[in-house]
Design a protein around this ligand. Structure first.
Ligand code: PMP
Ligand code: GLN
Length: 382
């Protein structure tokens, strides 16, 4: 995370995407789909721009979108946030995560995440002066060991950042482990920040928001984003919901990060979030077949593949090829093979980086012909 000079370095996503562009490689590194989301959303945004919705949106987000977020939480999970006080719209999930950490973490406070962890958690904990503790997720199932979680949560723990479905492992945390985490959070009076941006991208398992478990609501901020659910990552429309005091603190900090953004995108996302339940399954069904296509290609190339239960990322181990250093391979692959991927060690501190040294993350939210071509190229990896 920190460069050699001790400053925050360029993100791994920026780095790999630049390398893929420079070499003309197929970019299975940074997670973004190569097909945009539903056309009606682009149309709604275009209409909004032409209707003049181009000046600052309210800091907390436009009322239609806050209502749509509340309605979505009710329809899918039986949660009932009040759109007036318990929902906030953010500039992507990234801003909501940063605002939550900056709102609640003081210098020296401990924040627990699972490792590998999405890179912005480490960076924002560092910006807040927090102490970052981790519990490892390990192959083959990448589920947290409840005893290790229990050992890591203490009275010094201010916040637990959860991410399920999990980037980069694709693990979907089961209700038992979530219940254990809630119990620990209550015992040690911690806030839970639950990053659920992949909530609708699961394959054969159901996503359970931690906020829906008994005792969790009062201490949980649930975060999601239109980027993943609707395949509009660049719009950077995210949101958080939770009890009014936590949302109020998040809104306060958010005023001084972006204040607000995307006034013409917000109505389009509101329209999409209000779609009926069945409409949300299509993207996951499509992604599941893509997961299997790329998994097949990676297996044929001789890698050990961990087929994920959620997200659009797949982890593969290059050790069976006699290769040990996935980071070194990731730097060579774009030029030598024409495929870019991300080393899992980029999502880890030193110990975790050693344990995940031979793992690569591939994004499969790409067109079938692109995945087929990537598989063909990967056959040359050995
Ligand atoms: N959390 C996770 C786990 C992610 O993978 C991402 C990547 N999109 C984000 C947060 C950031 O989401 P957004 O683009 O909406 O800021
Ligand atoms: N979330 C995306 C990923 O994990 C990348 C987002 C970003 O580039 N910051 O690949």
């Amino acid at each position: 995370l920190l460069g050699d000079d001790g400053r925050l370095a360029a993100t791994i996503f920026e780095e790999v995407t630049a390398l893929a562009a420079r070499t003309g490689a197929i970019n299975l590194g940074q997670g973004y789909p190569d097909d945009d989301g539903p056309a009606f959303m682009a149309e709604a945004a275009r209409r909004a721009i032409l209707e003049g919705r181009n000046q600052y949106a309210p800091g907390a987000g436009i009322p239609e979108l806050r209502e749509a977020v509340a309605g979505h939480q009710r329809l899918h999970y039986g949660l009932e946030p009040d759109p007036e006080t318990e929902v906030v719209v953010s500039t992507g999930a990234t801003e909501a995560i940063a605002a939550a950490v900056l709102a609640f973490v003081s210098p020296g406070d401990e924040v627990l995440t699972f490792e590998p962890f999405y890179d912005s958690y480490g960076a924002t904990i560092a910006l807040a002066g927090g102490v970052h503790r981790t519990v490892p997720l390990r192959a083959p199932d990448f589920q947290p060991d409840p005893d290790r979680v229990a050992a890591a949560v203490t009275d010094r723990t201010r916040m637990i950042i959860l991410n399920t479905p999990h980037n980069p492992t694709g693990a979907v945390f089961g209700p038992e482990v979530l219940a254990r985490i809630v119990e620990l959070a209550i015992r040690h009076d911690c806030i839970i920040v639950s990053d659920e941006v992949y909530e609708h991208l699961t394959f054969g398992v159901r996503h359970v928001p931690v906020a829906s478990l008994p005792g969790a609501w009062d201490r949980t901020l649930t975060i999601s984003s239109a980027g993943k659910t609707f395949s509009y990552t660049g719009w950077k429309i995210g949101w958080a919901s939770g009890p009014a005091p936590l949302v109020a603190a998040l809104r306060t900090v958010k005023q001084f990060l972006s204040y607000s953004s995307g006034p013409a995108f917000q109505p389009a996302v509101a329209e999409a979030l209000a779609l009926p339940l069945e409409s949300f399954a299509g993207l996951a069904r499509d992604l599941e077949t893509k997961r299997d296509l790329l998994a097949g290609g990676l297996e044929e190339a001789g890698l050990d593949v961990y087929r994920p239960a959620g997200t659009y990322f797949i982890l593969a181990d290059v050790a069976p090829l006699g290769l040990a250093d996935a980071a070194e391979l990731a730097r060579r692959m774009p030029a030598e093979l024409g495929v870019a991927a991300i080393p899992v060690s980029a999502f880890c501190h030193a110990d975790g980086a050693r344990a995940t040294r031979s793992l690569l993350r591939f994004a499969f939210c790409k067109r079938r012909d692109v995945l087929a071509e990537a598989s063909r190229r990967l056959a040359g990896i050995a």
